[in-house]
Design a protein around this ligand. Structure first.
Ligand code: SF4
Length: 353
């Protein structure tokens, strides 16, 4: 993928800034929506990475978040409900030199699009997938979504939701995701680090963003993302470092004999650091799944890069097969292919093979 800056001034290449990634469209999200912060951070990240706009594509489905491609000064598709991963897969296989990003939400990506998301992840297509999780259908005025909490009252669940919510990253682990991360919508510092790593990752990278919808589900994440409380309620995972959290890093995560995690107090006369779990991005999916499922208030919510285990990507492997076929088969003959084997004729007396 080309990473050269693409803006020219007097015939010279100059560095791209965040502004260069902003389109001329008015941004039409509700005032205070978490989507603004996500958009600004992605634009900053791409400027920092100096990706070429002409080699960058954002593909979205349907929903508030899916307006994203209009606001990026790159190529983009505002595509079909839930199908962004499939369209992005085709694009990446056909044009492997492109940097392809998928923008989806909890409704788009985990309800109608759950199947498509699963296959993009298990095939390990080299895509960067940002899932805006606001636990509600915002665009259609506030119906409960696959990630809404039990008891959530909405126009479609007037007595409270009785569905157990989908955990996006637990779903991703089940689908074999090779990169998964989680971050709060306004945590630009951590989000930038994650975007940089996702961009460098060869394979499907999924990022769950805990996004606030102030109109239809205000504060759904505030227990976890509140600035004053987040040190005690978020667990920032870093490769090779013990799982510690709290304002003074006075708490940690230890594995019990029954292979379930527990919160312990760390320090002199308490549990030594050496007994804590040490974060390993390449550990088994079982560990990543355990992290993905940890939720407040029983546990702090893990944020950062929960898993990064590069594996051959689908687009690479598919294109290698094409190259092999061309090298060994000579010039392709479509008619010969269509006439070869497994053909039949339908006549008045049935099918003749
Ligand atoms: Fe954002 Fe919610 Fe408004 Fe949609 S409905 S733009 S998610 S605040």
């Amino acid at each position: 993928m080309a990473t050269e800056p693409s803006k020219k001034s007097n015939g010279k290449l100059v560095k791209l800034s965040k502004k260069d990634f902003e389109s001329d469209q008015d941004v039409r999200w509700c005032p205070g929506c978490g989507d603004y912060a996500i958009l600004a951070t992605v634009q900053r990240a791409l400027a920092g990475l100096q990706v070429s706009r002409e080699n960058t594509v954002f593909v979205s489905g349907i929903g508030c978040s899916s307006r994203f491609p209009y606001y990026m000064n790159t190529y983009g598709f505002h595509s079909i409900h839930g199908r962004a991963p499939s369209i992005a897969t085709g694009l990446k296989v056909a044009r492997p030199e492109l940097s392809v990003w998928v923008i989806t939400g909890d409704g788009d990506g985990l309800s109608i699009g759950g199947n498509h998301l699963m296959h993009a992840l298990r095939r390990n297509v080299d895509l960067n997938i940002i899932l805006f999780n606001n636990q509600i259908y915002g665009l259609t005025k506030g119906q409960y979504s696959p990630t809404s909490k039990v008891g959530k009252k909405s126009p479609s669940t007037p007595m409270g939701s009785i569905d157990l919510p989908v955990n996006p990253l637990a779903f991703a682990t089940g689908a074999g995701a090779t990169f998964m991360a989680r971050v709060g919508d306004t945590d630009a510092k951590l989000f930038l680090q994650i975007l940089e790593r996702a961009h460098a990752h060869k394979g499907a990278a999924i990022i769950e963003v805990m996004q606030n919808c102030p109109v239809f589900n205000d504060g759904a994440w505030s227990d976890v993302t509140d600035r004053k409380e987040q040190a005690a309620r978020q667990l920032v995972v870093e490769h090779g470092k013990p799982l510690v959290f709290g304002k003074q890093k006075e708490l940690g995560i230890r594995m019990k004999a029954d292979l379930t995690p527990e919160v312990v107090e760390v320090g002199e006369g308490k549990v030594p650091l050496s007994e804590l779990l040490v974060h390993d991005e390449r550990a088994t999916p079982v560990y990543a799944h355990m992290l993905a499922r940890m939720s407040y208030p029983e546990f702090p919510v893990p944020v950062g890069i929960l898993r990064a285990d590069p594996q051959p990507s689908y687009d690479e492997t598919a294109n290698a097969q094409v190259q092999d076929a061309m090298a060994s088969g000579g010039k392709a003959d479509l008619k010969a292919l269509l006439d070869s084997g497994m053909t039949w004729e339908v006549g008045p007396h049935g099918v003749k093979h």
